[in-house]
Write a new protein. Structure first.
Length: 87
């Protein structure tokens, strides 16, 4: 975790990514969710991993929110990774 504060659009995008990934994990029966948020240079990195069943409907709509900030989103069956520019 990072103790820094970021601009409202960056914090909102990170929050939504984490909240929606956790909600999706719960719907898929996950019993464990790991959230990691850290700053790497000029990017805020967000990773959410879970042990739920394979994702049937990807959280691809998050790509638009993060992409609007110049970031990127990677999804696998049980992992979401977002890189959001913070400068």
């Amino acid at each position: 975790m990072t103790p820094e504060r970021f601009s409202p659009p960056v914090e909102t995008a990170a929050y939504r990514a984490v909240a929606e990934a956790i909600d999706d994990a719960a719907r898929r029966g996950a019993t464990f969710v790991s959230v990691d948020v850290e700053r790497e240079g000029e990017r805020l990195l967000v990773a959410v991993e879970d042990d739920g069943s394979d994702r049937s409907s990807p959280l691809i709509h998050l790509a638009d929110r993060i992409g609007a900030l110049g970031g990127s989103l990677e999804l696998s069956q049980t992992t979401l990774r977002a890189a959001i520019p913070c400068e």
